[in-house]
Design a protein around this ligand. Structure first.
Ligand code: NAP
Length: 249
């Protein structure tokens, strides 16, 4: 079976690189008119041009509610509504608890958790008008399933996204809007590469399928959750980690 998003309109935050770019590529290839969003307008335009399929790039900070309102209105006008929202943008700075400041904590919560809420809220007026409305969050195995030293704030934000999602699923169900989350393991992206080769080697060795994930692995999971065929799935999580969270030791 190949899932199609032909004639659908999609928005992917953090769609200029890494996992978001992978998601946007897969959705655009499946026929969706796709918008990619990051804070840097020029980079967003470049990524959109690389994706092709008439993809458009937008510079918007997901922590800014009024900028998000403008973004969603502009995208809806240009793409004829919004059917699929992939709230993917996120940050993962590392800091041990003893060195972590309140500002470090707040920054991660602002982008990963408040940014997710604000992104979903801004898209709702348009999703409510769609007959195939889908929200896909990019959470993580870190927090919901596992822990990792140095990521207490990040883990809390990613687990928090799932609490938000489960209640949102109930609130949005009367509008036939589904909301689900993909939980990536270690996916080779620009952001992950910044953690260094030692981290990448250690993680690849811990994956039963013996490789880090490709961004398209997450894109394909997002495409399924965005598809017509996933209409009866809401408030759920899909782990895409090459089996990393399976071993008992
Ligand atoms: P990445 O390569 O660093 O890309 C992050 C994207 O988010 C960029 O497009 C970035 O663009 C955008 N972004 C960051 N802050 C933003 C803001 N305030 N407003 C708008 N856009 C913003 O990261 P990634 O590895 O692809 O990760 C993407 C998502 O997957 C994150 O939510 C992350 O937590 C999650 N995740 C990743 C992995 C992994 O192994 N890579 C594993 C589990 C979960 P600008 O910086 O230009 O704004």
């Amino acid at each position: 079976m190949s899932w199609t998003l032909s004639g659908r309109s999609a928005v992917v935050t953090g769609g200029t690189r890494g996992i978001g770019l992978g998601i946007a590529r897969v959705l655009a290839r499946a026929g969706a008119r796709t918008a990619v969003v990051s804070r840097k307008e020029e980079e967003a335009a470049e990524s959109a041009a690389m994706i092709g399929h008439d993809c458009q790039g937008y510079g918007t900070n997901i922590c800014d509610a009024s900028a998000l309102d403008t973004l969603m209105r502009t995208v809806a006008e240009r793409q004829g509504g919004i059917d699929v929202l992939c709230a993917n943008a996120g940050i993962f700075p590392q800091r041990p608890i003893e060195e972590m400041t309140a500002d470090d904590w707040a920054e991660v919560m602002d982008v990963n958790l408040k940014g997710t809420f604000l992104t979903v809220k801004a898209a709702l007026p348009y999703l409510k008008q769609s007959d195939q409305a889908r929200i896909v969050l990019t959470s993580s195995i870190t927090g919901p399933v596992t822990g990792y030293a140095g990521w207490s704030h990040y883990a809390a934000s990613k687990a928090g996204q799932l609490g938000f999602m489960r209640t949102a699923a109930l609130e949005l169900a009367p509008h036939s809007i589904t909301i689900n989350a993909v939980l990536p393991g270690n996916i080779l992206t620009e952001g992950l590469s910044e953690l260094g080769q030692e981290y990448l080697d250690q993680m690849a060795a811990a994956v039963p399928l013996r490789r880090l994930g490709h961004v398209e692995d997450i894109g394909n999971a997002a495409l399924f959750l965005a598809s017509r065929e996933a209409a009866y799935i809401t408030g759920q999580t899909l782990i895409v980690d090459g089996g990393q969270t399976l071993p008992e030791s």
